[in-house]
Design a protein around this ligand. Structure first.
Ligand code: PEP
Length: 251
């Protein structure tokens, strides 16, 4: 069974409203003939609705970069799943390394956000990945196992059809150091094995696993050629329509 192919752009904390709309218009202009490939953009929260309004009925879906897991309440500064959904977002990025390592998000937070996403009909794109020190100590497999298992705690087999996992080695994000295609493929295979152990071979085979970490137009081809890499989550190179389109349109 062919897996979904997903090209996602994380705009992080960049772009004014005007720039965000220009960027998504540029991406829209180049995505009319991309066949079954799916494109997702994650604008900063205040721009989610205007970007989603422009993307309605197109090949581009919109996601939020973060949300809190409670539905509403006295949580100043937070955004609820209901608000994310109301803004027109289909996806939520959960467990991005900048959330984990700059803002101290735990595996438990990640799990609560995944549950909140499903309660509100939002599809989670769950990010996992090891620190450089963990890779050097041979802990990559154990870190991925812990992060994936904890994130998916309580997720049903049926809900797994809506889960996307992004493998993002922390040492490769925003650093210009990209994992080799073989390293990434091995990590993706490991993630699929973890999912297989819990949900069975069919679910694991259908799960889209994206690679993220310094993906650029000049390294996408090697990554995308790998059997277990079903797309990419792109930060820096998604901030310009031309470079994101070069990635989306990889042969
Ligand atoms: C990211 O933000 O998820 C990411 C992978 O960033 P970059 O492509 O800039 O490394």
């Amino acid at each position: 069974m062919p897996r979904r192919e997903i090209f996602a752009g994380n705009w992080k904390m960049y772009k004014t409203l005007h720039e965000a709309l220009d960027l998504v218009k540029g991406v829209l202009a180049g995505t009319s003939d991309i066949g079954g490939r799916e494109v997702v953009v994650f604008p900063p929260s205040p721009w989610a609705k205007p970007v989603a309004d422009l993307c309605r009925g197109t090949k581009i879906s919109v996601g939020a970069q973060n949300m809190y897991f409670e539905r509403e309440g006295a949580f100043t500064g937070e955004v609820s799943p209901l608000m994310v959904r109301d803004a027109g977002c289909r996806f939520i990025l959960v467990g991005h390394s900048e959330r984990r390592h700059v803002f101290g998000e735990t595996d438990d937070n990640v799990n609560k956000k995944v549950a909140a996403a499903f309660q509100n009909d939002i599809e989670p794109m769950i990010c996992v990945g090891e620190l450089l020190e963990e890779r050097e100590r041979g802990l990559t497999g154990a870190v991925l196992k812990r992060q994936v298992e904890k994130a998916l705690d309580g997720v049903s087999g049926d809900q797994m059809k809506k889960v996307v996992i992004a493998y993002e080695p922390v040492w490769a994000i925003g650093t210009g150091k990209v994992a080799t295609p073989e390293m990434a493929d091995e990590a993706h295979r490991h993630i699929r094995r973890i999912v297989k152990d819990r949900y069975g071979a069919g679910t694991a085979a259908a799960l889209p696993v994206l690679y993220g970490g310094s993906v650029k137009p000049d390294n996408i081809a090697g990554l995308y050629a790998m059997e277990n890499i079903d797309g990419v989550l792109v930060g820096g190179a998604s901030l310009k329509a031309d470079s994101f389109l070069d990635i989306i349109r990889v042969k």
